[in-house]
Design a protein around this ligand. Structure first.
Ligand code: PLP
Length: 391
């Protein structure tokens, strides 16, 4: 028999892809399915961006680029962070990667090994835990609680740090809850981390522009006391509706940058060249489309929350960020995963069970409101009908 390394028996995945496959299969059989499962904008990439990629292809950008990305793009990322958050970043700290996911993959590889502990949000993006397990490190879930508005609690997080902790992962605005952690809480976290100088931080800020109700995003790089051990994960997928382009960027402090660059050389070499030109246009061109998409998400957010709160046994707090609602279903007779599955098979609405995001996700399901208002209303109606019939 083949003898593969044991690490692969521990690697997990993202159930959202399985739900998408099942929803697609049902649609192929002629079933009418509304997909509120997938975490990607339903908008097309803005035309100025797609045109820039087409132009790059016509202009002959067909070869390898530097492994860390083309310089104008790294400069544009630095300028964008300066413009939006007044954080000073050198283009030499910016690494262009094929998707936000690749940053977390690299960071967890750098710090994960047997005996190391890595803290991550639960419920949270499932790949954090999967990759931690892959490396043999011990995953330490940081509970994300509804009573906290799905913000992380700095005190609770800090109480979980031990001398074995090597990396702390935080995510705000958050998937799957839509939670936004207030600045005061982040200040408190940073103060506490000052007492643990050997702990690295990876801040997943991929939803930084999907933020509502006048909340302001706080970039972790703006804290000088932890700047030399903070890794920033960000990218284009959500903000510019570019999930399929496979684009992201990370900021790596100190020697981590060289590690990341070498990992790129050892694996993907560089992000495909036309996508990098598209990314450059995204950052340097007009931002009206971003504003339009965010305003549209905001109005759907209200529809979803209102609708969910009218369902029997369901309650939903108002999410302040991302494009997800994470309703509490504890007053129905259902557990989260069977409910998500019955909603798909019986009611034709794809959602994701909270436990797919961690053990603290039981009692919740995730709905993505990256779908039209019309479909959202129809889905809510189907859910209401379902819960009245089968609760
Ligand atoms: N981080 C979080 C919290 C996400 O929800 C996602 C995508 O769903 C990613 C990172 C990865 O994004 P990308 O498609 O750029 O790899």
């Amino acid at each position: 028999a083949l003898r593969t390394v044991p690490n692969f028996d521990r690697i997990g995945e993202e159930n959202a892809f399985a739900v998408l496959a099942r929803a697609t299969a049902l649609m192929r059989q002629g079933k009418d399915v509304i997909n509120l499962g997938i975490g990607q904008p339903d908008f097309a990439t803005p035309a100025n961006i797609t045109e820039a990629a087409i132009k790059a292809i016509r202009d002959g950008h067909h070869g390898y680029t530097p492994a860390n990305g083309i310089l104008p793009l790294r400069e544009a990322v630095a300028a964008d962070l300066d413009r939006r958050f007044k954080v000073s970043v050198s283009p030499e700290e910016v690494m262009i990667v094929p998707g936000g996911k690749v940053t977390m993959f690299m960071a967890i590889l750098m710090f994960g090994e047997p005996g190391a502990e890595i803290l991550y949000p639960d419920p949270g993006f499932p790949i954090y835990r999967s990759m931690i397990e892959y490396t043999g490190a011990t995953p330490i879930p940081v509970p994300i609680r509804e009573e906290n508005g799905f913000a992380f609690s700095a005190d609770e997080l800090l109480s979980l740090i031990t001398p074995a902790t090597r990396l702390v992962i935080v995510n705000s605005p958050a998937n799957p809850t839509g939670g936004v952690t207030p600045k005061a809480e982040i200040d408190k976290l940073v103060k506490g981390l000052e007492k643990w100088p050997d702990v690295a931080i990876m801040s997943d800020e991929i939803y930084d522009q999907m933020i509502y109700d006048g909340e302001e995003h706080v970039c972790l790089l703006s804290y000088p006391s932890i700047r030399d051990r903070t890794i920033l994960l960000n990218g284009w997928s959500k903000t510019y509706a570019m999930t399929g382009w496979r684009l992201g960027y990370s900021i790596w402090p100190g020697k981590l940058y060289e590690y990341a660059r070498k990992l790129a050389v050892n694996s993907f070499s560089c992000v495909n060249a036309p996508s990098q030109f598209a990314a450059l246009e995204a950052l340097t061109g007009p931002q009206d489309e971003v504003k339009r998409m965010v305003a549209e998400f905001d109005s759907r957010r209200k529809l979803v929350v209102d609708g969910l709160n009218k369902l029997p046994g369901v309650s939903c707090i108002v999410p302040k960020g991302a494009f997800y609602a994470f309703p509490n279903i504890k007053e129905t007779k259902w557990k989260a995963k069977p409910l998500a599955s019955a909603l798909l098979e019986d009611a034709g609405v794809a959602t994701i069970g909270g436990p797919d995001f961690g053990v603290f996700g039981e009692g919740y399901i995730r709905l993505s409101y990256a779908n039209s208002a019309e479909n959202i209303l129809k889905a809510l109606d189907r859910m209401k009908n379902f819960l009245e019939r089968r609760n």
